[in-house]
Design a protein around this ligand. Sequence first.
Ligand SMILES: [Zn+2]
Length: 173
Amino acid sequence: MAKRTILIHPDPRLKAVADPVAEVTDEVRTLAEDMLETMYDAPGIGLAAPQVGVMKRLLVMDCVKDETLPPRPMVLINPEVTWSSEELGTYEEGCLSIPEQYAEVERPAEVEVSWTDLEGAQQSERFDGLWATCVQHEIDHLNGKLFIDYLKPLKRQMITRKMVKMKREKARA
Ligand SMILES: [Zn+2]
């Protein structure tokens, strides 16, 4: 396994629509392993392939927050939301590509998602709570959408300016 570099907003790759994974190859399995390692190391609860510069429809997540419970690393290939609840839920979201910025985002409280797993089998599951927010946030990444796109333009621009400044300072260091 190898850690990958997480792209920081703004970056055109974070605004692009990712391509479906045609086949679960060794390359795809390596990408998934690397992404899980990168996510746990960050640390974060979700990571989408475009965030490491790979324009494929693949995401990883593990929303088990209780450290006494076993981890549940999940890999979702070509995920699709097949059902969303009318009921909405609000979470304070963050993003590994937008470090140290958090904002409340309202999304369907429950979603049903289908995807292909690492064995190439079709899976489907209903998610709620933090898992529902996380999976929707990560699927958005596959469509070039960030959580700040749900915010008012002024707030979004403020965060983007902070990121531009942070990247400039990093590049200079
Ligand atoms: Zn994110």
